[in-house]
Design a protein around this ligand. Structure first.
Ligand SMILES: Nc1nc2c(ncn2[C@@H]2O[C@H](COP(=O)(O)OP(=O)(O)O)[C@@H](O)[C@H]2O)c(=O)[nH]1
Ligand SMILES: [Mg+2]
Ligand SMILES: [Zn+2]
Length: 300
C-alpha cells in the first residue's frame, strides 16, 4: 500500500478519473473522505481537486482531498444546493460568440460575479469575429473600462489565438460560456491534439446543441491544464452577499454610496445617484439590469 498525490480530471457519477503522475486511473473514493482543512459546503469531488490516492497494486482509491484554493460554484436550478463546476483554477476564459449564438449580457455578468466570488481572474473572449462584431462593439468597451481584458478571436481563421495560447501556458484555465460559442473549437485550435467534438449551432434557433457533457480537465502539451465545460446557459449564483455583489459591480456601488436613502433599491427613489447616472447615460442600462436581477436573488 502506497499514498500518492493526484488531480481529479473528470467525474463519472460516483467514480472519478485521477491523473497520477503521467497515468490516469478511474477510481472510487473512500466513503469517509478526509477533507483537509474542513468539509466544504459542496463536499463532492470535482475536476481540479487535488487528492491523496491509496494505491494497492494497480488500483487506487481516493482517501483525502486537499484544501481547495478556490471553487467555481453555481446553484442548482431550484436554488437550494451548490453545484460545483471546477476547483483550483487560476483563471477563467468566458467565451461568447460575436453574433451567433447571441451574447447574453446577463449571463456574462453572472459569470463575472461567480469569478469574483471565487477570486478567479476572468477574461472575456469574443469568438467568431469572422462573423462581424457589430453586435458586441457597442458595449465591449464598458468591460474594458471596468478593467477586464477582452480578447477578440476567431477559432475559424486563427485570429487572436496566439494571445490565448500564451495566456494558457502553465496555468489551469476554465473555459465557460453558452454552448455553441465555440469553446471546443477554440481548444482544438490552440491544441489540435484535443480532438474535441465540435457541435453545430442549429440554424433554425441559433441555439447551441450540447456536445460537451461533463467538465473535463485536460493537460496542455506546453504545461498547464484547461477545463472544457458543457455549455452553461444559466448560472445561478450560490451564496453571494450584497457586499460581494457590490464588489463585482463597482460602477454601481460607487454611485450607490451617494444615494439619499441608505437602503435605496436604485429602482424608483428620489435622490438616487444610480438612476441619475442611468438617465444621463454614464451608467450602462444592461449592467444596472444585471445588478438588480442578481440582487433580487440575494436574501436580505
Ligand atoms: N464562423 C465561426 N464559427 C465558429 C468559430 N468557432 C466555432 N465555430 C462554430 O460554432 C459551432 C459551435 O462550436 P463548439 O466549439 O462546439 O462550441 P461550444 O459548445 O462552445 O464548445 C460549431 O459549428 C463551430 O464550427 C469561429 O471562430 N467562427
Ligand atoms: Mg463544447
Ligand atoms: Zn439609489
Amino acid at each position: 500500500m502506497e499514498l500518492v498525490d493526484g488531480t481529479v480530471i473528470a467525474t463519472h457519477g460516483p467514480l472519478v478519473r485521477v491523473q497520477v503522475g503521467d497515468r490516469t486511473l478511474v477510481m472510487a473514493s473512500r466513503r469517509r473522505l478526509n477533507w483537509e482543512g474542513g468539509t466544504p459546503s459542496a463536499s463532492k469531488l470535482v475536476v481540479g481537486d487535488r487528492v491523496s490516492v491509496e494505491m494497492r497494486g494497480g488500483d487506487g482509491v481516493v482517501v483525502a482531498v486537499r484544501r481547495r484554493h478556490n471553487s467555481i460554484v453555481r446553484s442548482t436550478p431550484d436554488g437550494d444546493r451548490p453545484q460545483l463546476v471546477a476547483a483550483n483554477v487560476d483563471q477563467a476564459l468566458l467565451v461568447f460568440a460575436a453574433r451567433v449564438p447571441e451574447c447574453k449580457r446577463g449571463l456574462l455578468d453572472r459569470f463575472l460575479v461567480a469569478c469574483h466570488l471565487a477570486g478567479v481572474e476572468a477574461v472575456i473572449v469574443i469568438n467568431k469575429i469572422d462573423q462581424g462584431t457589430e453586435a458586441v462593439d457597442p458595449w465591449l468597451g464598458i468591460y474594458e473600462g471596468l478593467g477586464y481584458q477582452v480578447f477578440r478571436v476567431s477559432a475559424r481563421t486563427g485570429w487572436g489565438l496566439g494571445r490565448i495560447k500564451r495566456r494558457l501556458a502553465d496555468t489551469t484555465t476554465l473555459f465557460c460560456g453558452p454552448s455553441g460559442a465555440g469553446k471546443s473549437a477554440l481548444l482544438n485550435a490552440v491544441y489540435p491534439g484535443f480532438r474535441l467534438k465540435v457541435g453545430s449551432v442549429s440554424e433554425a434557433t441559433g441555439k447551441g446543441r450540447h456536445t460537451t457533457t461533463t467538465a473535463e480537465l485536460m493537460p496542455l502539451p506546453y504545461g498547464g491544464f484547461v477545463v472544457d465545460t458543457p455549455g452553461l446557459k444559466e448560472f445561478g449564483l450560490w451564496q453571494a452577499s450584497r457586499e460581494q455583489l457590490a464588489g463585482a459591480f463597482p460602477e454601481v456601488a460607487q454611485r450607490a454610496a451617494g444615494c439619499r436613502f441608505t437602503d435605496c433599491s436604485h429602482r424608483h427613489e428620489p435622490g438616487c445617484v444610480v438612476l441619475e447616472a442611468l438617465a444621463e447615460g454614464s451608467l450602462d442600462p444592461e449592467r444596472h439590469r444585471s445588478y438588480l436581477k442578481i440582487l433580487e436573488e440575494i436574501p436580505s
